[in-house]
Design a binder for this molecule. Sequence first.
Ligand code: ZN
Length: 146
Amino acid sequence: MSEVCKFCGGPELRPDMVEVGPMPGGTLYLHRDQTHPGRLLMVSARHVRKITDLSPEEYASLMDSVYRAAQAVTSIYQPDKINYLVFGDTSTHLHIHIVPKYRQGKDWGKVFLTDEPDPVYLTPQEYQDGVSALRRQLGLKETEGV
Ligand SMILES: [Zn+2]
């Protein structure tokens, strides 16, 4: 039985994230749960289960994009630290959580929860503003609305 992958299928499969845009090695998304302002997800361009399924070149491209996304989020949101997490015990498509942390914010000094029991959602305009700011910072083109 085949199931359409959340990251390979259409955007309707990803209601929990807003696309920022494609980058070398992956696609960047703004997570809708903004408990940690600026929380992002970098999804591998290729459907692989784990980092070691990538070629060294693919890995380098993906990680360079993670670095650039982290620089952008640092410029815009000015977090005190960024956490990078790759779990994927149950996911079939490699992705990296990029989670800005703030000294005065939730989970400082602890591991954040991927599924917040009490998520913080923004207005459509606030998501659009965040995505636009990230695109500008990363030199990605502006596409249709969120
Ligand atoms: Zn996939």
